[in-house]
Design a protein around this ligand. Sequence first.
Ligand code: SDX
Length: 437
Amino acid sequence: MTGTPTTGGGSITITLDGTNRKVTVPLLPGSIGPSVFDIRKLYNDLGVFTYDPGYGGTAACDSKITYIDGDIGVLLHRGYPIEQLAEKSTFLEVAHLLLNGNLPNAREKAEFEAGVLRHTMVHEQLRRFFDGFRRDAHPMAVMCGVVGAMSAFYHDSLDINDPEHRRISAFRLIAKVPTIAAMAYKYSIGQPFVYPRNDLGYAENFLYMMNAVPAEPYHVNPVLARAMDRIFILHADHEQNASTSTVRLAGSTGANPFACIAAGIASLWGPAHGGANEAVLKMLAEIGHVDNVKPFLETVKDKNNHARLMGFGHRVYKNYDPRAKIMQQSCHEVLRELGIKDDPMLDLAMEMEKIALSDPYFVERKLYPNVDFYSGIILKAMGFPTSMFTVLFAVARTVGWISQWKEMIEDPSQRIGRPRQVYTGPTQRDYVPLDQR
Ligand code: SDX
């Protein structure tokens, strides 16, 4: 069984040296993967906090949505392996799975898809927000602003304690974020917005809104629509990553779901996170030729350079990111479909992967390609500008964010998130008048 449970149950007793204060910390088991020490009483009983900057060893919640085993490169969504979902499922079916816990039957699938498709249009006045942006604004800046502005339009679904409001908000976000993303792109190139078409599939509709123009008919290539749908599946959710944790923390205050997703978009934008796919393409373009790979890797290994091999490494995966392998396969399919015999960017990326994975620096640090290493190459071949890569990541991750938000809101034990600190600043001192400083 993948990720056999560690010894669940039991406890440890912690005694504070030099005192008679001690606490028994229970060990809570997961269904698979590491158990957790429940330290919620630690401060009350022992007067100390735990210390874990970046939360790399801290379980912030109890979740049933996604399981990752970084050591063996496993990713499960509600128990289903990502490899099977990418091959056999569709993005909206995965969305239903993440949100509701199970793959839908035929009736549930039809209802869910209809529910999403009925919400694809945005309020006509939302279009005016775009005029306030420069045409060359980064589309992620537009996404942060316009998705956050959705809070100003959908007052009838802001009561987070009302299950019906939560359901409609989820539909609205899953359905409208692609429309807003396509609008951000059209605005950046000075073309008119293209309304969604509810006779098209989810990924097909997105590619239609991105590429069609009112002046002539546009037919979406079904192979590209399938590739887009699979890319969305691969980016849908990923446990408690930085942007998902941002959404959960924002949501824990009772903020409305549109504001929480806007916070997730802002967090995803960073190059260490969802912005990496854009950074990979820039890195490959700067390297330019396979002859420059080894010198580049030398600069990455030189700590004085602070350079990173973008698209490599992961906080959790210390083996191949299973999504990267699927992405690489899709890369070849898309390039073949587009009749691109040899894409120099792909050749360079594959050569770089081969060289890096034979270099002790990367092997010792267990740095493997992650989901972002190949995604940019496919997206570039599909005609997306580099600046839209993280936007596509946000379109897909909206499903994971809203699923994790829903799980948190519906968790009776959830409370407002409030991390503590170890204070190392000045001890108390008196104010010094200006003439004595
Ligand atoms: C995503 O969390 C998620 O699940 C995220 C994500 C999702 O789906 O939500 O999977 C999406 O964000 C994927 C990651 C995309 N980011 C990048 O590709 C940017 C490049 N990668 C890194 O910046 C880095 O690997 C991180 C940020 C992803 C992880 O950083 P960590 O866990 O802080 O890594 P670390 O510092 O513990 O690394 C250990 C060592 C260090 O060297 P030493 O100090 O031990 O000598 O590895 C080195 C690091 O300097 N290292 C790298 C490196 N990543 C880590 N060295 C060169 N290139 C890299 N990419």
